[in-house]
Design a protein around this ligand. Sequence first.
Ligand SMILES: NC(=O)C1=CN([C@@H]2O[C@H](COP(=O)(O)OP(=O)(O)OC[C@H]3O[C@@H](n4cnc5c(N)ncnc54)[C@H](OP(=O)(O)O)[C@@H]3O)[C@@H](O)[C@H]2O)C=CC1
Ligand SMILES: O=C(O)C1=N[C@H](C(=O)O)C[C@H](O)C1
Length: 264
Amino acid sequence: MTHMKIAVAGADGRMGRMLVDAVDAAPDAVLAGALGLAGTPAIGQLLGQSGVKIEAELAAGLAGADYLIDFTRPEGTLRHLEYCAAHGIKLIIGTTGFDDAGKAAIAAAAEKTAIMFAPNMSVGVNVTLKLLELAAKSLSEGYDIEIIEAHHRHKVDAPSGTALKMGEVIADALGRDLKECAVYGREGVTGERDPSTIGFATIRGGDIIGDHTVLFAGTGERIEISHKSSSRASYANGALRACRFLADKATGLYDMQDVLSLKD
Ligand SMILES: NC(=O)C1=CN([C@@H]2O[C@H](COP(=O)(O)OP(=O)(O)OC[C@H]3O[C@@H](n4cnc5c(N)ncnc54)[C@H](OP(=O)(O)O)[C@@H]3O)[C@@H](O)[C@H]2O)C=CC1
Ligand SMILES: O=C(O)C1=N[C@H](C(=O)O)C[C@H](O)C1
């Protein structure tokens, strides 16, 4: 069997460590490289069954890799993106918090190499996105929509990438533009709720891995659609599925809905 040669960026991070374990456990993959942030204690550590060293230099960390799984920070991913596009390394991006320019750079790089980019790689969240599309279409009148997310105290971006994706899916289903209808938190005398808005609320604390609830609040009833993560393994397993999906793709930008055949 040919093994997928996979490198992991941010290899010493919460997701990086989970991804190294998932690659080691996969029968069809081998850990072929690891990247860390220059000047940090992670550099030089040996990882996984094969004892791969965490490197700061992209050329050293990616020398033997056909895939890079990247769950880092937007500035790190954008640096890795350039290298992967230039060297034909397929990229699986889980990092969240990109601005429009960052997203455009990812789309442009996908003309040179195959990229899977998704704010949440768990099967459950991606099925939830489909449920939200259906719910939004059926509850388009008379229901106020609020998205509530909770994460651990170390998370640096808000709202979560998943919450924003949920907002986009709902806004698209309703023919609205999320940029125009999103309300990020409320304070003071806000006035009555505008029914055309989609509200976001963010909770940060402890070791919550990732909870998302969308509330459709009507008159005399409310519907809540929730997903709760109890392990980061679901994200890591999704990233491996994405590698398998990209195996026969040379270029193109894909998301988890493509990987899971959830697109109409
Ligand atoms: N798509 C999905 O399914 C999921 C996405 N995520 C996203 O993944 C990202 C990482 O999350 P998590 O693992 O919890 O975060 P961590 O902070 O635990 O890990 C981030 C890793 O990236 C490294 N890093 C930080 N800045 C840079 C940089 N500029 N260049 C290269 N490497 C860098 C960190 O190094 P150091 O520690 O030395 O600073 C660390 O190793 C977040 O954006 C998060 O939202 C998380 C879970 C699931
Ligand atoms: O930072 C995290 O932990 C997570 N980030 C992703 C997001 O921003 O949606 C996915 C998941 O919720 C965990």
